[in-house]
Ligand binder design. Structure first.
Ligand SMILES: [Zn+2]
Length: 270
């Protein structure tokens, strides 16, 4: 059971980060990926992953919200981070036209630059797309045959958009969004359309606490230890066995991000 999206650098975790990792292990997670969202947070993510070697890995990238910060220096920071063995993907990167915190032109520029970098260094990409599907696919498409892999994390799009992503060979990251009875039901109905080989699971912690957990957690903060709830619910809605789904999505994450097999320790002495 592998969580591909944990924002462990968030200040919401600053007081008890080590306990969050410990609870994740106790909950049966086999590992998780720490999301990098800016040059600074990508560096923080790398050092957190390094502290949890063999259990945590990280991404290096600039989220569309921070696209206006993109510079040659950002690119060299990401390039340097990607030399580290625990940094396994470029991202999160993409487009978010929901809030346009960075201007759309800046978002497109930073997205394209990160795809070019990933292609050059042969790294998989961790993608974010919100209310920008057409431009997102137009920019991504030319890179697909030179990228080793790509996941659209926290997919919340329409059925047509899902089908287009799947046809393009993209993996789909599903979060606890799907557990939301107000806005997740359409996505819930689409879950069986995703071939199991293209499915990945994530909490996107500390965001998106699943709304249907009983008893309800005492805080609104999501944690990687709640991934088991998402596994249970997604398996139920797909008509699958949760253990098989946990195993399969773990294998998918390890294949996409080229991680060592579960339970096998990386060691310099080996
Ligand atoms: Zn995102």
């Amino acid at each position: 059971m592998f969580d591909i999206g944990v924002n462990l650098t968030s200040t919401q975790f600053s007081k008890d980060r080590k306990h969050v990792v410990k609870r994740a292990k106790e909950a049966g997670l086999t590992g998780f990926l720490i999301t990098g969202t800016s040059a600074l947070e990508s560096q923080q993510a790398q050092s957190l992953a390094q502290e949890q070697r063999g259990f945590c890995w990280s991404t290096a990238g600039v989220h569309p919200h921070y696209a206006s910060e993109w510079s040659a220096e950002t690119e060299s920071t990401l390039r340097r981070l990607m030399d580290r063995p625990e940094v396994v993907a470029i991202g999160e990167c993409g487009l978010d036209f929901n809030r346009n915190i960075s201007a759309p032109e800046q978002q497109e520029y930073a997205f394209n630059a990160q795809l070019a970098l990933a292609a050059e260094i042969n790294a998989p990409v961790f993608l974010h797309c919100r209310e920008a599907h057409a431009r997102f696919m137009a920019i991504l498409q030319p890179w697909l045959n030179v990228l080793p892999g790509a996941v659209v994390h926290c997919f919340t799009g329409t059925r047509d958009e899902l089908e287009e992503c799947l046809a393009a060979g993209l993996s789909i990251g599903i979060t606890g969004w799907v557990c939301d009875e107000r806005r997740g039901t359409a996505l819930r109905d689409m879950l069986p359309l995703i071939p199991v080989d293209q499915l990945l699971l994530e909490t996107d912690a500390p965001y998106l606490l699943p709304r249907d957990m009983r008893p309800r957690p005492t805080t609104r903060r999501n944690e990687p230890c709640f991934l088991s709830h998402i596994v249970q619910q997604v398996a139920h809605w797909r008509g699958e066995d949760p253990h098989t789904l946990a195993q399969k999505t773990d294998e998918n994450a390890r294949r996409l991000f080229r991680l060592s097999a579960s339970g096998v320790e990386n060691s310099d002495l080996a």
